[in-house]
Design a binder for this molecule. Structure first.
Ligand code: PLP
Length: 399
């Protein structure tokens, strides 16, 4: 029998740099409490609580019946890649259409982020990214032996990027900058001016921009702006998007990138050597999502909008809690530093004592310390109940 230590001898050094997404860990703990009979309000996981729109499900089922159940080409079915190129061009109002040859489909945006970063980062390269951020970016860079370099998002600027810090942190080793607007975990949205400044810095220093726009359909009361609209930079921008959030398709696993030719080719090679292709019938459902009625997406967005307004007002009503109004995604990121600087302990306390599952802001990076991340992808009733429980529990936090 091998001891635990002997087993660890088999693991490589890179795997020790793999973090694990806090949302899934907290979900596991919350489910265990539920099984033990506790009543838990789930605000920890970032997935829409809606069902996948009917026309998409119908298309997926029909595709199975029509035997779209075989391997697909590594970068995706050509019809789907054309539809994606066309949709991405139209949605962002671009003058020069995207070409289908740049589209690489994958089982999830997360997978395509790994494909692209694996294709471009060498050990020792630096990757700039906004802090706090979706954890996968820094984990992937670290795994590859590259250096993740955080650039702060500023609460004082509604969680927009500190552009001075960005400029100061560029070095000759900077290979990639990742931006994510609207942002997980803050809900912050970069302005047109922010994007122009970022585009200028990228052009000057010739690094690649990976723009993760998976929340582009969740922007409230303002127009979505994309760095891809700076079309002169197209040969150094990788656009990442997916179906999980906009179409409530988290479990289908479907995402893509649109990349310059060399990067698209390398991302395809990663697919070829790992998962081979994305499920064929799921790509067919993706075609239905992008070419079918858009109303379901707009309806879901409008519901999120109402919930956002209610949650932010409710949070600001709790003593010692302040929350700025996030223009996008479906997350609130309230500041609780007047209650305690230890956000993770507070999150555990709220789960154990109040039955509210949410995440400490520092799970997303140092700049998230003193905040909580609340996913408002939950019903108004659940959100009201969570706010009520927080209002009662927070003053009793044993600080
Ligand atoms: C910012 C961001 N990017 C990418 C993803 C990955 O999405 P998926 O792999 O489900 O397409 C997520 C999921 O939470 C996310 O928040």
């Amino acid at each position: 029998m091998t001891t635990l230590e002997q087993q660890y001898d088999y693991l490589n050094a890179a795997v020790s740099r793999l973090g694990s997404e806090a949302a899934f860990e907290v979900l596991g703990r919350a489910r265990a409490l539920q099984e033990a009979g506790r009543d838990i309000v789930h605000l920890e996981v970032g997935e829409p609580d809606f069902d996948t729109p009917a026309h998409i499900k119908t298309a997926g089922k029909a595709a199975i019946d029509e035997n779209f159940t075989h391997y697909a080409p590594n970068p995706g079915i050509m019809e789907f890649r054309r539809v994606i190129a066309d949709y991405a061009t139209r949605f962002r109002g671009l003058k020069t259409p995207y070409d289908a040859s740049g589209v690489v489909v994958a089982p999830g945006a997360k997978q395509i982020i790994w494909n692209v970063l694996s294709a471009v980062l060498d050990p020792g390269d630096e990757m700039l990214y906004a802090d706090p951020a979706y954890p996968t970016y820094a984990v992937c860079a670290s795994y590859l032996g590259a250096k993740p370099v955080p650039v702060r998002l500023l609460e004082s600027k509604q969680w927009r990027l500190d552009l001075d810090e960005l400029a100061a942190k560029v070095t000759p080793r900077t290979k990639v900058l990742i931006i994510n607007s609207p942002s997980n975990p803050t809900g912050g949205v970069l302005s047109r001016e922010d994007l122009a400044a970022i585009a200028e810095i990228a052009a000057k220093h010739r690094f690649l921009i990976l723009t993760d726009e998976i929340y582009c359909r969740h922007v409230y009361g303002q127009k979505f702006e994309s760095i891809t609209q700076f079309e002169e930079l197209r040969d150094r921008i990788v656009l990442v998007d997916g179906f999980s959030k906009a179409y409530a398709m988290t479990g289908w696993r479907l995402g893509y990138c649109i990349a310059p030719p060399q990067v698209a080719k390398a991302a395809t090679l990663m697919a070829n050597n790992t998962y081979a292709c994305t499920s064929t019938f799921i790509q067919k459902a993706g075609i239905a999502a992008l070419t079918g009625p858009d109303e379901p997406v707009v309806e879901m967005r409008d519901i999120f909008h109402k919930r956002r307004d209610m949650v932010i007002a409710g949070l600001n009503d709790i003593p010692n809690v302040t929350a700025c109004m996030p223009p996008g995604a479906f997350y609130a990121f309230p500041n609780i530093s007047k209650v305690t600087p230890d956000d993770k302990r507070l999150a555990s306390y709220l789960l154990e004592e109040a039955g509210v599952a949410l995440l400490g802001g520092s799970c997303f990076g140092d700049a998230g310390a003193g905040c909580l991340r609340i996913s408002y992808a939950s019903s108004i009733d659940n959100l009201e109940e969570a706010l009520r429980r927080m209002r009662v529990a927070l003053p009793k936090f044993p600080g």
